[in-house]
Design a protein around this ligand. Sequence first.
Ligand code: GTP
Ligand code: MG
Length: 495
Amino acid sequence: MTYSEDTIVAISTPLGVSGIGIVRLSGPDAVKIAEKIFKPKNPSKVVATLRTFTTHLGYVVDNNKVVDEVLMTIMRAPHSYTCEDVVEFSCHGGPLILKEVLELCLRNGARIAEPGEFTKRAFLNGRIDLSQAEAVCELINSKTELQRRLSTNSLLGKTKEKITEIANFVKEAIAEIEVAIDYPDEEDIKTIRLSITKQKIEDVISEIRTAVEYTEKIFPIINGINVAIVGKVNVGKSSLLNLLLNYERAIVSDIPGTTRDTISEIVNIKGIPIRIVDTAGIRQHSQDPIEKTGIERTKNAVKDADVIILMFDGSQEVSDDDYTVIKIILTIANEGYNKTVIPVINKIDMPQKIFATDKIMKMLMELQGKVRLYPEVVFNNFDDFKNTVVKISCVTKEGVEGLLNNIVSSQSIYSDIFSSQDAQETLIITNMRQKELLVKTQQELEKAVSLDFDTSAELVSEHLKEAVRNLQRILGGDLTEDVLDIIFSRFCVGK
Ligand SMILES: Nc1nc2c(ncn2[C@@H]2O[C@H](COP(=O)(O)OP(=O)(O)OP(=O)(O)O)[C@@H](O)[C@H]2O)c(=O)[nH]1
Ligand SMILES: [Mg+2]
């Protein structure tokens, strides 16, 4: 029994010129539509009787006009991606050809598919659960190897397995408690059994807590690390951005105040997506309204950043403008944001004036304890300070590789994840929706164990039931149509 009455169609490959492009039909009339528009090259073949998982050479025809020579693959219900009859036409990849085949399907009774509708049908027809459906979307959109690895595990059903296991545990606990409620007489046995049950739930809580912590660690991989390059005007911020991107994304000039807006780009560094934000240079007493807006945006970039590269120009002595930048970071730290700051001296290919006095050390000392300075900067001895602070040149590229290593290792979680090959053993949650439900589950379980199982058994049971409902929602149970629509609308058309 499948859920859909209608047959959907979409171009399932990206639009643009390519070797082949695929138009996919799914639904009860998929084969009927194929009969109308596909003419097998071998005239003895009859479309209606073609076996499942077979591919056939032929023509897509509009009445008698040939639209394209194609390969048609037929996959019959229930053994297809959607569990419905699926027909795929592998056409030549021109956008006009694909559009014509698509329109032909529409004219013959198909409806255009919504984003993610094929996967939604696979879910509604019970072939995959919601965590797997979401993994499909995340896999398609994954930009890095680590992201791909995590979503693949989820797609293989690892999330589903673990969640089901936990839900079963909690269900058993509910059964234990209901038995205790029904037979309240045997006091001794009841007390012992309930204390065992309580212990089991506590174990589940700690397992969930570990999973939530792990999720918090892996989220930066999914979302990437946000890095903001800040500093006074002309220190070389845009030069560093261009260097990391390997092309001239931002205008670089010796005129102070070149960058007036924030520029943000994603680079893939060691398998981690890193969003680098180049900001407008800071200088005091700027009267220029555009520059003032730029500075506001710099403040926001600092707020959003996981790592702040605080850049200085080594060829100059430090100035009040440098101090203004430090004050911006301090303001944001005082608002309660916990930031990692990597102080960087740029332009080390030029004669150095920055260490002529220990002013820079004193300025940076103000950040001590307010932000996480990385790598650990030594402040009690000026010579040690000079050695520990990161130094680079955007011209000779000296020190830049080391800076990248520092960005990644400052987020220590990455080394953990790189080393953990057994991620399969851990409950894997790959998005916010799943994480929120897991946290709700944890809260319900905690409420349950905070109660006296003997005297409040009924209330305990209620909390446990709510916990199970939250777990089921992770897999897509108990969700309303509109919530599902929102989830699947994030997909691309044709998937
Ligand atoms: N010698 C030398 N010059 C550099 C280095 N990095 C940048 N510059 C030069 O410094 C000047 C300013 O560089 P930008 O990258 O535009 O500096 P910025 O910090 O983005 O400046 P604003 O956008 O004005 O705040 C340019 O002339 C760069 O060529 C470096 O490592 N060594
Ligand atoms: Mg700039």
